[in-house]
Design a protein around this ligand. Structure first.
Ligand SMILES: [Zn+2]
Length: 301
């Protein structure tokens, strides 16, 4: 079931940019059930590193919503905003090993050089063309700090989606670790925190599938363990957009916790559970058993 004697440790890591909605609940529930089905630990981490996106009071609200839904976490909640020194230490390790370089390019310069090289801008996030890889041209000061991404594809198995292959060097290029605004990049913080918290299994929404390759690259360069991955389907609205506060997703109604849980459960492809009593505790126990059966998880106590 698990390699070695490592205790299954999963986590739910919301950004406090708003209340939990049906989309974030799907990821939270899947991650919770997988941890409980393995007899493991389930941690909550508040990813409040991107200060401009943090909404005051949202972290507390999310924790109260999880509690009302019966999704009880283990241990202390970890706040990324308190972990600057840990991200700095990982950054310094990478830099000392020659994996980091300064970059003076603005977004516009990156776009211009991509248009020049490829004739058009690629869709989505812009890959970095490597302009400053051999030193910043013209002696300008660095704005951001980038990781020198090793060439070659990154392969990993996704428990939901199957074998994956991402060519980070080609698709993303040398990505930013320390942003021009002085904030640590999401990828670095996630990798450092997953290792620090002993996370063995990441279960999260498929919107984050594309970042897994970058996280694997960082884990390998830093000599950190590579958690098993499971990316669950993403809830989208009628326009095909990911549910979020920005696309107007309503907050979970915690006055009706069973209805919210059942909707997330159905979205994950499971048949409704027989309602035994009215409590979320019983419902979650039944759901954990069905999840274990679906993924053939043999629980060892
Ligand atoms: Zn540059």
């Amino acid at each position: 079931m698990l390699c070695g004697a490592m205790t299954y440790t999963g986590r739910f890591a919301p950004s406090p940019s708003g209340a939990l909605h049906q989309g974030s609940l799907v990821a939270a529930l899947a991650s919770y059930l997988d941890a409980r089905a393995h007899g493991g630990r389930w941690l909550v981490r508040i990813e409040d590193i991107d200060a401009p996106r943090v909404v005051t009071g949202a972290a507390g609200l999310i924790l109260r919503q999880l509690a009302a839904l019966g999704l009880r976490w283990d241990g202390e909640v970890l706040y990324q905003s308190a972990r600057n020194a840990c991200y700095r230490a990982a950054f310094d390790t990478l830099r000392a090993a020659g994996h980091v370089y300064g970059c003076a390019c603005t977004r516009k310069e990156i776009a211009d050089s991509l248009i020049q090289a490829r004739g058009a801008l690629p869709v989505g996030e812009l890959p970095y063309p490597g302009t400053c890889r051999g030193g910043i041209p013209g002696g300008r000061p660095p704005r951001a700090w980038r990781l020198r991404v090793p060439p070659g594809p990154v392969r990993f198995d996704d428990r939901w989606l199957g074998p994956q292959c991402q060519d980070v060097a080609h698709e993303t290029g040398d990505f930013v670790l320390l942003r021009a605004d002085g904030l640590w990049a999401y990828q670095l913080a996630v990798v450092v925190d997953d290792a620090a918290q002993g996370v063995t299994d990441v279960v999260r929404g498929a919107d984050l599938l594309g970042s897994t390759g970058r996280q694997r690259v960082l884990q390998r360069l830093l000599g950190l363990p590579e958690p098993r991955m499971m990316h669950v389907p993403l809830v989208v609205n009628a326009l095909g957009q990911k549910l979020s506060k920005q696309t107007g997703a309503p907050a979970i109604d915690t006055d009706r916790p069973l209805a919210a849980l059942a909707a997330a459960w159905g979205f994950l492809g499971f048949a409704p559970l027989a309602q035994r009593g009215s409590g979320v505790a019983q419902w979650l126990q039944d759901a954990t058993r069905a999840w274990a059966a679906r993924w053939k998880i043999a629980v060892r106590h």
